[in-house]
Ligand binder design. Structure first.
Ligand code: 6PG
Length: 471
């Protein structure tokens, strides 16, 4: 039998769909799964009739692949990847290439790229975004590693990726762990936007007194606009309209309000803190998941801690909905702005030479944060690649100008009704801080110097100063 063009290890949902995608795009494939019965089930199921072979072990798997071998690992991030690398390495030959398509921590990928490249193998850390459907139909792919390794897979991933008007949603991201760094930040932006939409839903439900269909209608309207048309808005409308066949109630209202997290949002915030990048909207979304995990505490606190509560006679006007739209637009912009700022700072720190226009382009299709807004983001960074923050691009600055009052009013309404809006309120403070030339940190400096003699700088003369405040 002819050698296969492409190999995939790990037949989870993403792995299965990615190999079906590759084969559909003309790349004969071979698959390996630790549990062979899973391989058999796949070959007799969705892979039946396809140019996809199975392998009983890694030696068999490698032998069925043409040289240079291109092997995509879709396995759980962490030690499992190191284990597979150790097991398969004895069978690899010079120029063979391993690709990690999971959500690995980018410093783990840095290490692996260095290790494998030193043995004359190739190694790519590739963020893959789009979930199961995206993997099958075309994900956004963020491959990082050496340029030579990328070139060895370029034809393959360019076919597999989602396609938008200006090309495939894949590009060479940069060296080392840059691909996984970009995917991590993609997920941080995803966390932010998911939370922003959840806060809008909460306000419409608890303050505007909208029912599920009315809230879904607002999302449907948002999905028609340039500023808010996106995959996440689209699926939110679907989720809100989905009924439980058992009792015809809305499924969303039956779901326990405790959000899980697999780590990429945490890594985004940790990177931002290490690098000194400001990502308050993204952090607020992560903290909102932590707060949601305190379910039993919150049930006690609800009857213990009193304060402003939702007033049920709120007379929602069209202006209120317009203000909520303003709030969601600005918070979504802030989520992207903060994520892209983190990428900029990380690129400088790690010498990744990231291209923001290219990253915006490959996020326009296939990935979870795909949106029409990314056209404007791509345009902004194409016009000014050195843009220090998305907010000061002309079009985005205009969005702030026309929508900041609406955001402010919505945060005030939420506060008056005791409804938490961590992402919306963090966005308001982020934008107000960013557009304030003089913040009150002069007083913080005074306090630090007073108790700790930490010294301070002045606005009126060069140098470092200390005052004997208490003498
Ligand atoms: C994607 C998703 C994918 C996964 C997230 C979920 O881009 O396709 O982001 O990577 O669904 O990791 O992350 P949490 O479970 O942490 O929300």
């Amino acid at each position: 039998m002819a050698k296969a063009h492409f190999g995939l290890i790990g037949l989870g949902v993403m792995g299965e769909n990615l190999v079906l995608n590759a084969e559909r795009n003309g790349f004969s494939s071979v698959v390996y799964n630790r549990t062979f019965s899973k391989t058999e089930q796949f070959l007799s199921g969705s892979a039946a009739g396809r140019d996809i072979q199975g392998a009983v072990d890694l030696k068999d798997f490698v032998n069925k692949l043409e040289r240079p071998r291109r092997i995509l690992m879709m396995i759980k991030a962490g030690s499992a990847i190191d284990a597979v690398i150790e097991q398969i390495s004895p069978y690899l030959e010079e120029g063979d290439l391993l690709i990690d398509g999971g959500n690995s921590e980018f410093r783990d990928t840095e290490r692996r790229v260095a290790e494998l490249e030193s043995k004359s193998f190739g190694y790519i850390g590739m963020g893959v975004s789009g979930g199961a459907k995206g993997a099958l139909e075309g994900p956004s792919m963020m491959p990082g590693g050496t340029k030579a390794s990328y070139e060895a897979i370029e034809a393959l991933v360019s076919k597999m990726a989602a396609q938008v008007e200006d090309g495939p949603c894949v590009t060479y991201i940069g060296p080392g762990g840059s691909g996984h760094f970009v995917k991590t930040v993609h997920n941080g932006i995803e966390y932010g936007i998911e939370q922003i939409l959840a806060e809008a839903y909460d306000l419409m439900k608890r303050v505007f007194n909208f029912d599920s269909p009315e809230i879904a209608d607002v999302f449907a309207e948002w999905n028609k606009t340039e500023e808010l048309s996106s995959y996440l808005v689209e699926i939110t409308e679907v989720c809100l309209r989905t009924k439980d066949p058992e009792d015809n109630s809305y499924v969303v209202e039956k779901i326990l309000d405790k959000a899980g997290q697999k780590g990429t949002g945490l890594w985004t915030v940790m990177s931002a803190l290490e690098l000194g990048a400001s990502v308050p909207t993204i952090y607020a979304s992560l903290n909102a998941r932590v707060m949601s995990s305190l379910k039993s505490d919150r049930e006690i606190a609800e009857s213990t801690l009193s304060g402003p509560n939702t007033v049920f006679d709120f007379d929602c006007s069209q202006e209120d909905i317009s203000n909520l739209t303003d709030a969601v637009v600005l918070a979504s912009i802030a989520s992207y702005a903060q994520g892209l700022d983190l990428l900029r700072v990380g690129s400088d720190q790690y010498n990744y030479e990231l291209s923001m226009p290219h990253i915006a382009k490959i996020w326009k299709g296939g990935c979870i944060i795909r949106s029409r807004l990314l056209n404007r983001i791509q345009e902004a960074f194409t016009k000014n690649p050195g843009l220090s923050n998305l907010l000061i691009d002309t079009w985005f600055a205009e969005q702030v100008k026309i929508r900041l009052v609406g955001l402010s009013k919505i945060v005030a309404i939420a506060a008056a009704n005791g409804v938490p809006v961590p992402c919306l309120s963090s966005t308001l403070d982020y934008i107000n801080s960013y557009r304030t030339a003089r913040l009150p940190q002069n007083l913080v400096q005074a306090m630090r110097d007073c108790f700790g003699s930490h010294t301070y700088q002045r606005v009126d003369k060069e140098g470092t100063f200390h005052t004997h405040w208490l003498d």
